[in-house]
Design a protein around this ligand. Structure first.
Ligand SMILES: NC(=O)c1ccc[n+]([C@@H]2O[C@H](COP(=O)([O-])OP(=O)(O)OC[C@H]3O[C@@H](n4cnc5c(N)ncnc54)[C@H](O)[C@@H]3O)[C@@H](O)[C@H]2O)c1
Length: 375
């Protein structure tokens, strides 16, 4: 298979790990990077020895077949629509788009033009979550009854240099972190049928304590605490606590899966491996019959493999199969996250309009070169 020629739009924080991995993977050839701030693209281009283009040059370039869109969430949809319009495949950072209208338009264009959409997160393709899925399907905890996801934090204004946007529509704990949790759950249990939430804005104003905006008061315009219930089509009952208003505690699990025969503690869905280096905690814990079994994930892609979803998309296009971190999956997760806000506003359950297939597990013979490289 010839490597697919890839360009990146958005040369911010997260672009370094994508540049590193997409340069390293034998199946992708990283050609160029662009940003509305030309100096940002130039700096990454020099560091990774690739070309710096303007956004327009990159979108219209004949040297590029797939564009990785690492811009800010508010413009994910608009930028992706331009990329698709230019006849290129696209892989967005999460969330897929800020609203359903742009997401729908992306999927419509891709279908019409025979292009493929991929979207972060791709952490569910990493070692820990692939292994968790295999263990659940092996019946290790019996039939799954319920799942609980916990993302508790007191917010980002104490450390993030630019925290305002986290408290505006399009962000908050659900749209910012929900993609990791909900994608991990759909990977485990298939699509979600309906969603109900109670949300709150516990602190209507936030004072920034981080530099350089120390002292700035932020008006909170989106819910910052969610108690959300999701029902999967499979019948599994899910609950999520997503919060910028609370404090986590040492040892708090990210996801707990409750089965008829036992309980599984599942690693952070925002990591590929979830290994904290402590053999006594491993990265997956199964509690059964009063005993704990500590399991170290042995599946491939244990290191920071951001871009693994792009790799899967490139192979999916070559093989004529659906990609796993797909536009359909990301639209479903967006649908569920928006429904979690609407449900609380409207005081009712929201049935989802989307129902993607559960992504297939990565096969043992897939991506041999990259699995060797990434560990
Ligand atoms: N930083 C992280 O740890 C992290 C982790 C996972 C996902 N993400 C996601 O990745 C995306 C980028 O995050 P980041 O932390 O790199 O943000 P960032 O603000 O550091 O970088 C975003 C870049 O996009 C550029 N940009 C904005 N609008 C643009 C446009 N219309 N055209 C071209 N360039 C444009 C900005 O100039 C900036 O350089 C976000 O969607 C975020 O949710 C970030």
């Amino acid at each position: 298979m010839n490597p697919m020629r890839v360009g990146i739009i958005g040369a911010g924080n997260i672009s370094s790990i994508y540049c590193e991995n997409l340069k390293k993977f034998p199946s992708t050839e990283l050609v160029a990077i662009a940003d509305i701030v030309p100096a940002a693209a130039q700096a990454q281009a020099e560091k990774y020895e690739i070309k710096a283009f303007t956004v327009e040059e990159l979108i219209s370039s004949t040297e590029i077949d797939l564009v990785v869109n690492l811009t800010i969430p508010a413009v994910h949809g608009q930028v992706a629509i331009q990329i698709l319009n230019a006849g290129k495949h696209v892989h967005n950072e999460k969330p897929l788009a800020p609203n359903r209208e742009e997401a729908r338009e992306m999927l419509r264009m891709a279908k019409e033009k025979g292009l493929t959409i991929g979207c972060a997160p791709d952490t569910f393709l990493g070692a820990a979550h692939q292994q968790v899925r295999k263990l659940i399907e092996s019946g290790i905890i019996g039939p799954v009854v319920g799942v609980h996801g916990y993302m508790t934090s007191r917010g980002v204004e104490s450390w993030h240099p630019n925290p305002e946007f986290f408290y505006k529509p399009g962000a908050g704990p659900m749209l910012d972190m929900g993609p990791y949790y909900l994608t991990a759950m759909v990977n485990m249990f298939g699509p979600i049928r309906r969603v109900a939430s109670i949300t709150n804005i516990t602190y209507p104003e936030r004072t920034v304590t981080s530099e350089p905006k120390k002292g700035t008061v932020i008006k909170v315009e989106t819910p910052t605490h969610f108690g959300t219930t999701v029902q999967f089509h499979s019948g599994v009952v899910g609950q999520l606590t997503m919060s910028f208003d609370t404090h986590g505690f040492e040892g708090q699990p990210c996801i707990v899966v409750y089965g008829g025969d036992g309980t599984m503690i599942v690693p952070d869905p925002n990591s590929f491996d979830g290994w904290d280096g402590r053999p006594e905690t491993g990265n997956i814990i199964v509690r059964k019959g009063g005993e704990s079994q500590i399991i170290r994930a042995t599946e491939p892609f244990k290191t920071n493999s951001r871009g693994l979803g792009v790799l899967d998309t490139v192979h999916a296009i070559a093989e004529g199969r659906p990609n796993r971190a797909s536009g359909d999956l990301a639209f479903h997760v967006l649908d569920a996250m928006l429904a979690s806000i609407e449900s609380s506003e409207q005081d009712r359950f929201i049935n989802l309009e989307t129902k993607p297939d559960q992504p297939s597990l990565i096969g043992d013979a897939e991506f041999p070169a990259e699995r060797e490289l990434m560990g």
